[in-house]
Design a protein around this ligand. Structure first.
Ligand SMILES: [Zn+2]
Length: 132
């Protein structure tokens, strides 16, 4: 059965065409495009949330402007948003230059092959990554 609207051939048992045309009642109902777009965006975002992350490097001596690294997170056991200070806090250590350097070295080692893009430092993401 050919759809009168989009000319697509549907199976005999099909009651509705993919384009939204009702083959039984000969009526056409527009698919709610906005909902589909929202669902698609949510799907992409949830995929990104599962597979990528942000690592915020607070401005410090070796990196005066700081940086935010967007990276592939799969296999790194890092949270979605993290920073050296946040990781040091989570481990229960005091945030010192030494602990930051140690954590930084470990994280850089984990994410160096998965860097997607380097972004400017984000105070907002940094504040999420730390409890303060
Ligand atoms: Zn159709």
């Amino acid at each position: 059965m050919q759809c009168p609207k989009c000319k697509l051939f549907n199976t005999e048992v099909a009651t509705k065409c993919d384009c939204g045309f009702d083959l039984q009642n000969d009526t056409y109902t527009e698919k709610p495009a906005k909902i589909k777009i929202v669902v698609a965006i949510l799907f992409v975002l949830s995929c990104l949330y599962m597979t990528t992350g942000f690592f915020v490097i607070h401005p410090m001596g070796i990196l005066p402007k700081g940086s935010t690294v967007f990276f592939w997170r799969v296999g790194t056991d890092l949270p979605f948003i993290s920073s050296t200070e946040g990781i040091v806090e989570d481990s229960g250590q005091d945030v010192s230059i030494l602990s930051r350097v140690v954590v930084m070295a470990g994280v850089v080692d984990k994410i160096k092959d998965g860097v997607i893009i380097r972004l400017p430092y984000s105070e907002f993401l940094y504040s999420i990554s730390t409890k303060q």
